[in-house]
Design a protein around this ligand. Structure first.
Ligand code: NAP
Length: 488
């Protein structure tokens, strides 16, 4: 499949450029936002541009639907989510093509994303019926404590471009399971997948107004207006730490509950006693899933001296063998970056490291093709205070650093304001667990390069966020505990 071939069904960009999705209707916006194919730079669609008035209409629609949705039995809500899951699976190939088209990621990654994204609907279809409460006696014996969980209310969901389907379902799934109605604002670069999923939601039987989707070129004022509206009780945001900080300050004005999934700077530690082939397999997944455009992407490879050179040699061979090209072309393993700006940032980080003594064993210069390409790159002899050790690279660049002792590895791993994910490879599981405990992150992969799973609590410490998505606790982010003091 190439972009020269007409896309059809859900993979057709034109199908999803019908307007803002408010209250179950497709409404015109106040202008248009162009959507580009990063593989070619071509404009593929225009989506509607929402202003503050549209956003407040979406809040009206979410409010109108709230009572009916909240009062619906959890079994009924569960079955709607389950149908949405089935529909995503039935349309998986078209959704994967659409994701590849607007995001650029290679088709195998896009297929993986659709499968992962759909699983959040299945998981929360199951969790919807399992929300429990609590009963206790007070120690004084004065009364009893009954704790119920209630839906928190209308939720604003803001998602990034790097996983256009999964970041949306990871929020919509638990919110709907909890009994909340939502307004989703997807990233301007990748809005088509969100609209495609809204159409599938309609087909699954999601009532009008329960899920509203709007795109805007003015995310600041539009979000501020929704957060200032007292009917909005929740903000769930996934994106950069910088925007997360701004939104936390905005939400503070109305004391809106916030869940924040922010940036990462994952260390990947390889000890001398690691199985080197397993470590290389894991490194390729941790670095190259999504072309390196993942918050969990390994940003810093710390490799113990005894295994360092063999690891670099193996990593260089594997990275150099990857096929770079248009995401939706056959056999492509690494697609373009999202924008030229993203390529410029990677180039800046790599150039700065090289100027300070780093050496590229493969790649190391932007690829001179149309579209937004940067080749798979391995850098060695990188100073530990280079900018790319502290900023998210968000691209296919593996920077390798050498270490001698366990203490040094843990210290280097923790030398960052981020705390999302870390990876540890060692043949000694006791050591791997000890090191994992010493690293200040929300998630640690032990001899694994992939940790994301709908059944696991995903999230970070430090400046990587607040709260967790997925797992058993993910639904509680969209609920408020209510305590009844009762004597009987
Ligand atoms: P971003 O620039 O922070 O944008 C994320 C979303 O926020 C987009 O929908 C964006 O809209 C919107 N936005 C931007 N400015 C806003 C404002 N002032 N008010 C309200 N909304 C605003 O991040 P990105 O570049 O799309 O995504 C990459 C980042 O996301 C990386 O840092 C990555 O680590 C992080 N991420 C974290 C996780 C996690 O689970 N922890 C997962 C994936 C990605 P526009 O598109 O219209 O600007």
């Amino acid at each position: 499949m190439t972009q020269d071939t007409a896309f059809s069904g859900y993979a057709d960009p034109a199908l999803h450029a019908r307007g803002l999705f408010i209250g179950g209707n497709w409404a015109p916006g106040a202008g248009a936002i162009p959507v580009h194919d990063p593989s070619t730079g071509n404009r593929i669609a225009d989506v509607a541009d929402a202003g503050v008035d549209h956003a407040l209409r979406a809040v009206d629609a979410a409010e109108a639907a709230a009572e009916g949705w909240r009062k619906m039995s959890s079994r009924q809500r569960s079955e709607i989510l389950r149908r949405w899951f089935e529909l995503m699976r039935a349309h998986a190939e078209e959704l994967a093509l659409l994701i590849s088209l607007e995001n650029g990621k290679a088709l195998p990654d896009a297929r993986g994303e659709v499968a992962y994204a759909a699983e959040f609907f299945r998981w929360y279809a199951e969790e919807a019926t399992r929300v429990g409460g609590e009963f206790r006696h007070t120690p004084s014996g004065a009364h009893n404590i009954l704790v119920d969980h209630e839906p928190i209310g209308i939720a604003v969901l803001i998602t990034p471009w790097n996983f256009p389907a999964a970041m949306a379902t990871r929020k919509i799934g638990p919110a709907l399971a909890a009994g909340c109605t939502v307004i989703l604002k997807p990233a301007s670069e990748t809005p088509l997948t969100a609209y495609a999923m809204a159409r599938l939601g309609e087909e699954a039987g999601v009532p009008p107004g329960v899920v509203n989707v709007l795109t805007t070129s003015k995310p600041g004022p539009v979000t501020a207006a929704m957060l200032a509206d007292k009917r909005v009780r929740k903000l769930s945001f996934t994106g950069s730490t910088g925007v997360g900080r701004t939104l936390l300050a905005e939400a503070a004005k109305s004391v809106v509950s916030c869940s924040m999934e922010l940036g990462g700077n994952a260390p990947f530690l390889v000890f001398d006693d690691a199985d080197i082939d397993a470590a290389l397999d894991g490194a390729m997944v941790a670095k190259m899933r999504n072309g390196g455009e993942a918050c969990t992407a390994a940003n810093r490879f710390y490799v113990q001296s005894g295994i360092h050179d063999a690891f670099v040699e193996g990593l260089t061979r594997r990275m150099a063998a990857l096929k770079l090209g248009r995401g939706y072309d056959p056999d492509v393993q690494c697609g373009p970056m999202i924008t030229t700006k993203a390529v410029e940032k990677i180039d800046r980080l790599v150039s700065e490291a090289k100027a300070r003594g780093a050496r590229a064993t493969t790649g190391g210069e932007p690829a001179g093709e149309s579209g937004y390409y940067y080749p798979p790159t391995v850098l060695v002899d990188v100073p530990t205070d280079a900018a790319l050790a502290h900023e998210e690279i968000f691209g296919p660049v593996a920077a390798v650093y050498r270490f001698e002792t366990e203490e040094e590895a843990v210290r280097l791993a923790n030398d960052t304001e981020y705390g999302l994910a870390a990876y540890v490879y060692s043949g000694d599981v006791m050591r791997a667990m000890r090191v994992g405990r010493g690293i200040d992150t929300g998630m640690v992969g032990i001899n694994r390069g992939l940790m994301s799973d709908p059944a696991a609590p995903f999230g970070g410490t430090k400046q990587s966020g607040l709260g967790r998505e997925g797992g058993v606790t993910g639904i509680l982010e969209f609920m408020e505990p209510k305590y009844f003091a009762v004597e009987f």
